[in-house]
Design a protein around this ligand. Structure first.
Ligand code: A3P
Length: 272
C-alpha cells in the first residue's frame, strides 16, 4: 500500500485479528458475563462478543476459523474470549495449551450450592415442566444421596476440573475471581484482574454504581452504550425457594471438595 499505510502497519496500528491471549474459561453461572463486561471497559482489552465454543464444540474447524471470530486489535491490546463450558470439558486444557502455553486463564467461582440453584433456574426458565430442584439434586425421594451425575451438582466440584487444568498450566497462569466479591466489590476484583493481565488500573470504582432495584452493580457507561445500564434480564434472576434440609445436605456434600479447592488455589473462599 501507500507509504502512510505502511507506516501505520509498522507502528502496529494496522488492526488485525489475533488468537486470544486470555480466556475466561468458567465457571458457568458464577458471574462470567459480568467479568467480561467489566474487564472489556479497559481500552487495552478487546473481546469476542459471544461465546465462541471453539475448544469444546468447533475444534475441528481449526485455529484459522477461531481467529476469524476474534475482534480486531492493534498492538498492545489483549484479545479475550469467554466460553464457560471450557472449564469442565475434558479435552480443553490440552487444546488450549497446544494453541499457546502462555495463555492466561480467568476463572470465576461462586459457592457451588448457589451456583447449582442458578444453573437450575436458568434451565427451568427454558422448560415449562421442570421438576423441583430438590427432586433433581438427590437420588430417590430423600435428601440422603446427592445425585453427582446431575450437571448442576457435578459442575460445582471445582477441584476435580482444576486438577486437569493444572496438568497443563502452572497456577501462576490462572486467576481465580470470587463471584460473590464481583457483586459486592466489583472494582476490587477488576483491580486484581488488571494487575494479573499487566494492565494499568483504568477500570475503577468510578465505573460502577449499585442499582438497588436490580440488586447488582451496574455500569455508568461502556463501549456499546454511553448511558447507565445493568446486565440483561437473564443475569441476576430470582431463585426459587429451596428446602433448607436440601441446602444443608448439599453444603455438607461440597465441604470436602471446597476445602480441597481452597488448598489447590491457596485461596479460602469461605463458602458456607
Ligand atoms: P443469577 O442470575 O443466578 O443471580 P454467568 O454470567 O456466568 O451466567 O453468571 C450469572 C450470574 O452472575 C448471576 O446469577 C448473578 O448472580 C451473577 N452476577 C455477578 N455480577 C452481576 C451483575 N453485575 N449483574 C447481574 N448478575 C451478576
Amino acid at each position: 500500500g501507500s507509504p502512510k499505510y505502511r507506516f501505520l502497519r509498522q507502528q502496529g496500528l494496522h488492526p488485525s485479528r489475533h488468537l486470544p491471549d486470555t480466556l475466561i474459561i468458567g465457571v458457568k453461572k458464577s458471574g462470567t458475563r459480568a467479568l467480561l463486561e467489566f474487564i472489556r471497559l479497559h481500552p487495552d482489552v478487546r473481546a469476542a462478543g459471544c461465546e465462541v465454543h471453539f475448544f469444546d464444540r468447533h475444534y475441528q474447524r481449526g485455529l484459522r476459523w477461531y481467529r476469524h471470530h476474534m475482534p480486531y486489535t492493534i498492538e498492545g491490546q489483549i484479545t479475550m474470549e469467554k466460553t464457560p463450558s471450557y472449564f469442565v470439558t475434558k479435552e480443553v486444557p490440552q487444546r488450549v495449551h497446544q494453541m499457546n502455553a502462555a495463555t492466561k486463564l480467568l476463572i470465576v467461582v461462586r459457592d457451588p450450592v448457589t451456583r447449582a440453584i442458578s444453573d437450575y433456574t436458568q434451565a427451568a426458565s427454558k422448560k415449562s415442566d421442570m421438576k423441583r430442584f430438590e427432586d433433581l439434586a438427590f437420588v430417590n425421594g430423600s435428601f440422603a444421596v446427592v445425585d453427582t451425575a446431575w450437571g448442576p451438582v457435578k459442575i460445582g466440584v471445582y477441584s476435580r476440573y482444576l486438577e486437569k487444568w493444572l496438568k497443563y498450566f502452572p497456577l501462576s497462569q490462572l486467576l481465580f475471581i470470587s463471584g460473590e466479591r464481583l457483586i459486592m466489590d466489583p472494582a476490587y476484583e477488576i483491580g486484581r484482574v488488571q494487575d494479573f493481565l499487566g494492565l494499568k488500573r483504568v477500570v475503577t470504582e468510578k465505573h460502577f454504581y449499585f442499582n438497588a432495584t436490580k440488586g447488582f452493580p451496574c455500569l455508568f457507561k461502556s463501549e456499546a452504550r454511553s448511558t447507565p445500564h445493568c446486565l440483561g434480564k437473564t443475569k441476576g434472576r430470582n431463585h426459587p425457594h429451596i428446602e433448607e434440609a436440601a441446602i444443608e445436605r448439599l453444603r455438607e456434600f461440597y465441604r470436602p471438595f471446597n476445602n480441597k479447592f481452597y488448598q489447590m488455589t491457596g485461596i479460602n473462599f469461605a463458602w458456607p
